[in-house]
Design a protein around this ligand. Structure first.
Ligand SMILES: Nc1nc2c(ncn2[C@@H]2O[C@H](COP(=O)(O)OP(=O)(O)OP(=O)(O)O)[C@@H](O)[C@H]2O)c(=O)[nH]1
Ligand SMILES: [Mg+2]
Length: 234
C-alpha cells in the first residue's frame, strides 16, 4: 500500500496531488544558511518565510528533513531541546546576492515547553521564538506542529493566541501519525479542526503527517509553496 493510500485511509482529505513546479522545488536540495541565536542576528527581510513551531520533540526538524528529502540536514534527537536557534534553510543554487535571492526560506525553531536544558537557556529560546513569531514581516505562515499522541496542549493554545493577536497566519500539522491508529487519527483531525474554528488567524484545514512513513508530505509541500507564493523563474 502506498503512503498516500494509507493516509487517505486514515480519514484525511485525499491528497490533491502536487504540481510539477512544487515537486521540483522540493527535489532540488535545500541548504542550511544561518543559525540565529537572538533577534539581532536575523537575516535582512527578503524571501518569504515559513516557520515550524511546536513543543520540544514534536518532530519539527524531522519533518523539514522529510520534506526536502535530506536526512540529517536539520539536526534531530530523542532528547527534547535539540534545536537551539532559528535555523534557516533555503533551496540550493542561489548566491544570496541582490537579484539572486532564493525564492523562499524554511525556518526550524527551538521547541517551546519542556526541554532538557538549563532553565535560563530555555527561557531565552522561548523569548526568541515568541519575538520572532510576533514581529517578522516576511513570515508568511507558521506551521504549528502537534504530536498526534498528545493533541493540543495549553502551551500550544497560548502560542495560537499569540499568533491570532499578531495576525500571523498559521496551520496545524499533526506529527508522528504512525504512532496512533487510523480511526484515532481521523477523530483527532476532526476534533482539532473544531477547536480552532473560531481562531481568526488559523487556516481551517488540519494536516496529518508522518516523517517516518512519508505521510502527508506532498500536501504540506503544496501548502508551503502556496503560502510563500512560489513562482518558478521563467
Ligand atoms: N515515529 C515517529 N517518530 C518521529 C517522527 N518524527 C520525529 N520522530 C522522532 O521524534 C524525536 C524528535 O524529533 P525532532 O525532529 O528532533 O523533534 P523537534 O521538534 O525538532 O525537537 P526539538 O528541536 O528538541 O524541539 C526523534 O527521536 C525523531 O526520530 C515521526 O513521524 N514518527
Ligand atoms: Mg528540532
Amino acid at each position: 500500500m502506498s503512503a498516500e493510500t494509507e493516509t487517505q485511509q486514515a480519514g484525511e482529505t485525499p491528497a490533491p496531488g502536487i504540481s510539477r513546479e512544487t515537486d521540483m522545488l522540493f527535489r532540488r536540495g535545500f541548504v542550511f544558511i544561518r543559525g540565529v541565536p537572538s533577534m539581532k542576528f536575523l537575516p535582512p527581510e527578503g524571501p518569504h518565510e515559513v516557520a515550524f513551531a511546536g513543543r520540544s520533540n514534536v518532530g519539527k526538524s524531522s519533518l523539514i528533513n522529510a520534506l526536502v528529502r535530506h536526512k540529517g540536514l536539520a539536526r534531530t534527537s530523542n532528547t527534547p531541546g535539540r534545536t537551539q536557534e532559528l535555523n534557516y534553510f533555503v533551496p540550493d543554487g542561489y548566491s544570496g546576492k541582490d537579484g539572486d535571492l532564493p525564492p523562499m526560506a524554511i525556518v526550524d525553531m527551538p521547541g517551546y515547553g519542556f526541554a532538557k536544558a538549563p532553565k535560563p537557556q530555555v527561557e531565552a529560546w522561548t523569548k526568541l521564538v515568541f519575538d520572532y513569531l510576533r514581529g517578522r514581516v516576511t513570515l508568511k505562515r507558521v506551521y504549528v506542529l502537534i504530536d498526534s499522541r498528545h493533541g493540543l496542549k495549553e502551551i500550544d493554545e497560548e502560542v495560537l493566541g499569540l499568533l491570532d493577536k499578531a495576525a500571523v497566519s498559521y496551520q496545524i500539522v499533526l506529527t508522528k501519525a504512525d504512532k496512533i491508529k487510523a480511526p484515532a487519527l481521523t477523530k483527532l483531525v476532526e476534533e482539532t479542526a473544531k477547536k480552532i474554528v473560531r481562531r481568526p488567524a488559523a487556516f481551517p484545514v488540519v494536516l496529518a503527517t508522518s516523517s517516518e512513513k512519508g505521510w502527508g508530505l506532498d500536501e504540506l509541500r503544496m501548502a508551503i509553496s502556496t503560502a510563500v507564493e512560489y513562482e518558478p523563474a521563467r
